[in-house]
Design a protein around this ligand. Structure first.
Ligand code: LLP
Length: 384
């Protein structure tokens, strides 16, 4: 299908074109991040007011400069591995351990032991840790991740709820979890649910808060309800942005109904996706039958999202931004896989060897998911 030329939105990278072309001339491929854009997104969330604590889900982009900027913007951090805990502690000096939430899935015993020893908040999403490692949790405060029974998100692979998802404790096992926690001497002080990633419907989080709040009323010590991340950003030209005002209203409404709990959220993508671009250089062009290919030096080893989720990233020819679009092309990388397509069916100005293509919205789940497949080094990262 022809996705058509996306409406040309005003973006920071259009303003910074000269600087970006210069960066691409020095080295390619390259991820470039705008800290100003990260901060602006953070401020737009903080302005909602109703949320008592924002965590940044640093799996989206753990670049130290981004972690520091978000700490300065008042964000705490959500980590899914002990290496992420260590990364944020190395990046942000004197970060209090209680500002870190450790929310792993199927992590080994040692990681829970290390997190508890470091004093970070720990979320359990299975019975196993309490059944087999109960001594770790004696006299500890813990959070419980529940599976509310359904997943949401931009692709099936990023939905994290329902019986076929490996995340969370099923609602029918919550009583068993509570009994195990009591036996271990652990206090359940928070409930957590994250249904998936890339959600553009503002009413979603109201429903999660309401479900967690009614569950929490049956507990004695719940202080916080973490309603997850998953705040989407529009990628395809026909998608509309998450309505932040509507999100604020929905949360305020449900918070009035259950004011006794602190409301926590943990977005990743929303803060960083549009703050990053991937710059790549055209290596070769090819025509085969009726299909035209534009090859670039950034492949699925630098950005795997199109191959993994059929994710759509806007692509422009930064060297010829003002020239009219020509034929439809397949923008492909140099990796030996048929799926190494960064952008299928794009209309771009005619591309020549050496042109710089900009792949937009690459700040979230870009560099951090990169690999050395084919022994090609993935794009390096630069912060503006
Ligand atoms: N909290 C938990 C427990 C999560 O598992 C995730 C993401 C988040 C928060 C943050 O979600 P976000 O606000 O960024 O949507 N690689 C995929 C996304 C995977 C998300 C994994 N979990 C992608 O590129 O679309």
């Amino acid at each position: 299908a022809d996705d058509g030329a996306p409406a040309s939105r005003e973006t920071w990278w259009r303003r910074e074109r000269g600087k970006l072309l210069q960066l691409a001339a020095e080295a390619s491929p390259r991820y470039v991040y705008s800290l100003g854009q990260v901060r602006a997104q953070a401020q737009s969330l903080r302005a909602l007011g109703t949320v008592d604590r924002w965590h940044y889900a640093l799996k989206a982009n753990p670049h130290p400069a981004i972690l520091r900027a978000l700490h300065e913007e008042g964000f705490a951090f959500e980590c899914v591995s002990f290496a992420e805990v260590e990364a944020v502690r190395a990046a942000v000096s004197a970060l209090p351990a209680e500002r870190i939430l450790f929310t792993p899935n199927f992590a080994p015993r040692e990681e829970y032991a290390a997190a508890l020893a470091a004093g970070v908040r720990v979320t359990l999403d299975a019975l196993h840790p309490l059944q087999h490692w109960s001594e770790l949790f004696a006299n500890q405060d813990i959070h419980l991740r529940v599976d509310l029974g359904a997943g949401r998100g931009h692709h099936d692979k990023v939905k994290t709820g329902g019986v076929t998802s490996k995340f969370g404790v099923a609602l029918e096992q919550v009583d068993e979890f509570r009994a195990l926690a009591r036996k271990a001497g652990a206090r359940i002080v928070g409930l957590h649910a994250h249904l998936g990633s890339g959600i553009l419907d503002a009413s979603h989080w109201r429903s999660v808060y309401a479900q967690l709040a009614s569950l929490a009323e049956g507990f004695s010590r719940i202080e916080s309800l973490d309603i997850g991340g998953g705040l989407g950003v529009p990628s395809r030209p026909d998608e509309t942005a998450l309505d932040l005002a509507a999100l604020g209203d929905a949360l305020a409404e449900v918070k009035r109904a259950y004011p006794q709990f602190a409301l926590w959220m943990e977005p990743g993508r929303f803060l960083v996706a549009d703050a990053g671009v991937l710059l790549a250089r055209v290596t070769q062009t090819k025509r085969k039958g009726s299909v035209s290919y534009v090859g670039v030096d950034a492949g699925m080893n630098s950005l795997i999202r199109p191959a993994l989720y059929e994710a759509w990233h806007e692509i422009v020819n930064l060297s010829r931004l003002d020239e009219p679009s020509a034929a439809m092309v397949q923008v492909v990388g140099p990796i030996c896989e048929t799926g190494d397509v960064i952008g299928a069916n794009r209309r771009l100005p005619e591309c020549r060897e050496g042109d710089v293509l900009l792949i937009a919205q690459a700040g979230a789940y870009g560099a951090v998911m990169a690999s050395r497949y084919n022994l090609r080094e993935p794009a390096e990262e630069v912060v503006l």
